[in-house]
Design a binder for this molecule. Sequence first.
Ligand code: CP
Ligand code: NVA
Length: 305
Amino acid sequence: MMRHFLNLGDAGPDGVKAILSDAVARKAARAGFPKGQIDADAPLAGRVLAMVFEKNSTRTRVSFDVGMRQLGGSAVVLDAGSSQLGRGESIADTARVLSRMADAIMLRTSDHAKMEELAHYATVPVINGLTDLSHPCQVMADLETVIEHGKPLAGLTWAWLGDGNNMLNSIVEASGLCEFDLRIGVPAGYDSDAGFIARAGAGVSVLRDPVAAVTGADIVVTDTWISMGQAEAGEKLAAMGPYQVNAALMAHAKADALFLHCLPAHRGEEVTDAVIDGPASVVWDEAENRIHAQKAILRWVFGQI
Ligand code: CP
Ligand code: NVA
């Protein structure tokens, strides 16, 4: 059966664990290699990934490209503005064509229904590189980062602060699959998807008080208050203000708590310099792990793990 990676649930708890183990092991195996050096076993030799971007990207674009090279394969990038998608060619026809030219497709788009439509018509695996609903590749990198910093996932307490967005939906999913508690500190009116929360189970709680959300947390995570495609709104920024991750709020987390942010950060809004540049922050490891986690996701969609 074709494996797509549209959300973490597509891999399930065992698949997520297998992907994380592979990511950690392969990262260690290539320690000290130049970034473009191919892994000794070149497991995706001869494979091509087509990447389609309908939204901006730095990390996702570079990490998939470099990751494919490290696996012995290659990648082709299409931007909406310079491809026929941008002139109205349908997702279905794009899926049919790219399936004849590439071995897998990664899409970054707004509407999650487009991602599902692409997967429906594609005859090769499809990977979600971010939609307005979810960002599963980023959260796999987050999980790898937490494990690498000596915190096995099960039983941890994560605290999310800020907007109820795509990142939060995928962390909610991870909480159910990896069995950690998640305290969501989000202002009323900006809640994340109720379906993801219901499916994740009892480990997820929604709190309006940012201090209550962070108190005793092992992991503190936030993201931009204004996601790509959203209008900058003064009312929203005002509602988010109390949820800023600053030194005073971090002081309520565990002494050895880690700070995560998918980036790009809006310093002075959702996080202060003191926190993102401080001792709890692991955001640069988290960014690097996009490569390692996605290599394992690619191997998973091709049935290699
Ligand atoms: N975190 C993340 O997805 O970054 P990009 O938007 O730069 O790809
Ligand atoms: N929530 C952010 C994540 C960016 C990687 C956005 O959708 O813009």
